[in-house]
Design a protein around this ligand. Structure first.
Ligand code: AMP
Length: 424
């Protein structure tokens, strides 16, 4: 039998060329989250299947897409399809409700869904998300929304817009569903079988359907805020007033609902208007019952998640520059007898936080310079017989070809001077 070692369908290798984008997004996110005192949490990439079965409803596509397996101890496990349920589980497992402050957490890592792979859809993809657990104050909703806005604008994304809506509490849900049904009832026979099914089982999910006929009907949908309880209305209005106060550009979108069923009250989505159909960058909302439904104490929470692959596609599409990697110095020994001395220079520069690459297979100038250029090095230190005799190396700026002679003892200083503070 011949073995297949090819890349599993729907996965991808992230190569060094690409990784600068990943690091930049991760570092920016970490930085922004820490400005709001959100701290990192890491949970396992697999959990008991029951965890997701409990929080993801039967009708949800994510359930059918789960990567489940039985381990050698006959445990039913699942590769996590999303990050919120595992964090709710960790909150309960670790008694974080007893923490002195409410838990403001962020996470990053791979998620797994058995989807049909296509552009921007993978079976292993990566999310960064936040969960603000323990506060039902509308300020917390506004805080995570503001934080997402700050993140995407800090990354340089243009025309970022936030859509928000409220799906209300448990008690509002039936009222909203009744309103939707009432509104669409007379046109029901015009809709596909699939949509008629949704009408029966989960009318809320009809709102974000891509079906054009349905969308035409929905364009006349009355303001759904009227269907909310006074408490939910107040909550939503406070969120809106905080966002107004903070000058966050958002728009009320009565058809906005989230994929997963556990959301209550505020839901939101961040989109970039420059993009086509797949313009959603990030989604989130409040989930006041999730932790209780998993057996924990009644604990309100709000969060969001965004997909790394989709975000990086956007950064590229909008031609947004990411910070250049640090300066790289290539050291070229023109003869094996100088390699030891070059090694000392390399280590000394590294002691001073300067990135150095050195190659021992080449001993001639042409071989070295070709390799240095291939590696996109910025400077080349040349060390041959002449340099050995004169006790000074030649340092070549590979961008403009300018070359200086620098005494051995002055090499670190030479780079520190030209790299300046920017480097440190
Ligand atoms: P969701 O958890 O379904 O609300 O998705 C949140 C974000 O994760 C989306 O906006 C996408 O950016 C990303 N995402 C979801 N599913 C996939 C996938 N299969 N491949 C790549 N990114 C995904």
């Amino acid at each position: 039998m011949s073995m297949d070692y090819s890349l599993p369908r729907g996965t991808q290798d992230i190569l060094p060329d690409e990784i600068n984008y990943w690091n930049h997004v991760e570092q920016t996110a970490k930085h922004i989250f820490s400005l709001y005192n959100f701290n990192e949490i890491r949970t396992p990439i697999f959990e008991s299947s029951n965890l997701f079965n409990r929080v993801i409803s039967e009708s949800d596509i994510v359930k059918k897409e789960m990567y489940t397996f039985t381990d050698k101890g006959n445990r039913e496990l699942a590769l996590r399809p999303e990050g919120t349920a595992p964090i709710a589980r960790a909150f309960i497992t670790n008694n974080l409700s007893r923490a002195p402050q409410h838990s403001k957490l962020f996470y990053k890592g791979p998620m797994f869904r058995y989807e049909r792979p296509q552009a921007g859809r993978y079976r292993q993809f990566h999310q960064i998300g936040v969960e603000s657990i323990g506060s039902d104050h509308p300020f917390s909703d506004a805080e995570v929304i503001t934080m997402s806005y700050r993140l995407f604008t800090s990354l340089g994304l243009r025309n970022v817009k936030i859509y928000i809506n409220s799906v209300g509490s448990d008690t509002c849900r039936p009222v909203i569903e009744a309103r939707i049904k009432q509104f669409l009832a007379s046109n029901l026979s015009q809709l596909s079988e699939n949509l008629q099914e949704k009408f029966k089982n989960n009318p809320l999910k009809m709102l974000d359907s891509k079906d054009e006929t349905l969308q035409t009907y929905l364009s006349g949908l009355p303001d759904m805020r009227e269907a909310l309880s006074q408490q939910s209305k107040d909550h939503f209005n406070f969120v809106i007033s905080y966002l107004d106060h903070l000058n966050i550009p958002f728009e009320y979108k009565p058809t906005l609902v989230r994929g997963l069923d556990y959301y209550t009250e505020t839901v939101f989505e961040v989109v970039s208007e420059d993009l086509g159909a797949q313009n959603s960058i990030c989604g989130g909302g409040r989930y006041n019952n999730l932790i209780k439904n998993l057996g924990g104490p009644q604990t309100p929470a709000v969060g969001f998640a965004f997909g790394m692959e989709r975000l990086i596609m956007l950064l590229k599409k909008q031609s947004i520059p990411i910070p250049k990697r640090p300066v790289l110095v290539y050291i070229a020994a023109l003869g094996k007898e100088y390699q030891m001395e070059c090694l000392n220079i390399a280590e000394e520069l590294r002691n001073n936080m300067i990135n150095v690459t050195i190659d021992y297979s080449k001993v001639d100038f042409n071989g070295h310079i070709k390799l240095a250029q291939k590696m996109l090095a910025d400077y080349m230190i040349i060390f041959g017989e002449k340099e050995f005799e004169s006790k000074q190396v030649s340092i070549k700026n590979l961008a403009n070809r300018h070359q200086d002679d620098v005494p051995f003892a002055g090499i670190t200083n030479y780079f520190q001077t030209i790299l300046g503070d920017a480097h440190v």
